[in-house]
Design a protein. Structure first.
Length: 285
């Protein structure tokens, strides 16, 4: 993933938006890719401070590999009150790591850290994974589900081109009490299934893209208490900054877009999203 990281940090950062009227949370970010720097670097602090200046004052930093999950824990420990961590092997990592059980052991140990509040991002991704590796990916997904249940922490799901199998696996092994679909990419029918099962749907800048009318219809259906917002920084900057380097500050633009689609008051929606994040991931203090 290093080449992709380098490409991302070369992009121009999206400009800071108008501040939200009340504080809220970015439920999913990868700040190490935004900055390509150490957790205690000035660059990371700048990104967090810029987000706070527009009233995005808390961030969930999400893992995708054993090594990078340690980075997530380090960042959360450096910023009590502002950052929490999730740890996992990304579904694209699981089929290609040299020693899957070794990496699982690292993730399981990190999951015991007090500021780790979720197991993720795990799940299925058939976009890049050939059929012969999908079984290994499914095995890793199931392992992460069981870890989330054992640790009583939220499960954060990455789902790309694999909607049916993700839903089937969750039924087969039993979903954790708090199950989050990160960067929800399904249609209205899938949203209805997830809502009925009590899953949490997290929407990103993709909701603002011209080619995503299904996401705009789906976001209208989600009850306030099953809704989160995220940037997936540094990816998926919202319109009108699509293609720019995304940062947690862009939550302000995404929340306004969500409020417009749902006919919600911006302040009330931002407050609900904040309350949901604290209920799902716990206090940031």
């Amino acid at each position: 993933m290093a080449d992709r990281h380098n490409r991302d940090i070369e992009r121009q950062q999206a400009p800071l938006p108008e501040p939200l009227p009340v504080p809220t949370v970015d439920a999913h970010a990868h700040l190490e890719i935004v900055t390509n720097d150490a957790a205690d670097s000035a660059a990371v602090r700048t990104i967090l401070d810029e987000a706070k200046s527009v009233n995005v004052d808390r961030v969930v930093q999400v893992g995708y590999s054993a090594e990078q999950s340690q980075w997530c824990v380090d960042l959360a420990n450096l910023y009590p009150g502002r950052v929490l961590a999730a740890v996992a092997l990304h579904p694209n990592e699981a089929p290609v790591v040299k020693d899957l059980e070794r990496d699982w052991a690292i993730i399981e140990k990190l999951a015991q850290e007090p500021r780790v509040r979720a197991i993720g991002e795990t799940g299925l991704d058939y976009f890049r994974t050939p059929p012969e590796l999908q079984k290994r990916q499914q095995e890793s997904f199931k392992w992460h589900i069981e870890l989330a249940k054992k640790t009583k922490k939220a499960l954060v799901i990455h789902d790309r081109d694999s909607h049916e199998d993700v839903l089937s696996v969750l039924l087969e092994v039993g979903a954790p009490e708090k199950t989050v679909f990160h960067c929800f990419s399904g249609d209205v029918a899938m949203a209805k299934i997830c809502i009925e099962r009590g899953y949490i749907l997290s929407f990103a800048g993709t909701m603002t893209f011209k080619n995503a009318p299904e996401l705009r219809e789906a976001v209208k259906l989600v009850p306030h208490d099953q809704l989160l917002v995220e940037t997936d920084s540094p990816f998926l900057a919202p319109t009108p900054h699509r293609g720019a380097l995304n940062t947690p500050a862009q939550i302000a633009n995404i929340v306004r877009a969500m409020a417009a689609e749902r006919n919600d008051d911006v302040a009330e929606l931002a407050t609900a999203l904040s309350v949901n994040a604290e209920r799902i991931f716990g206090s940031f203090v």
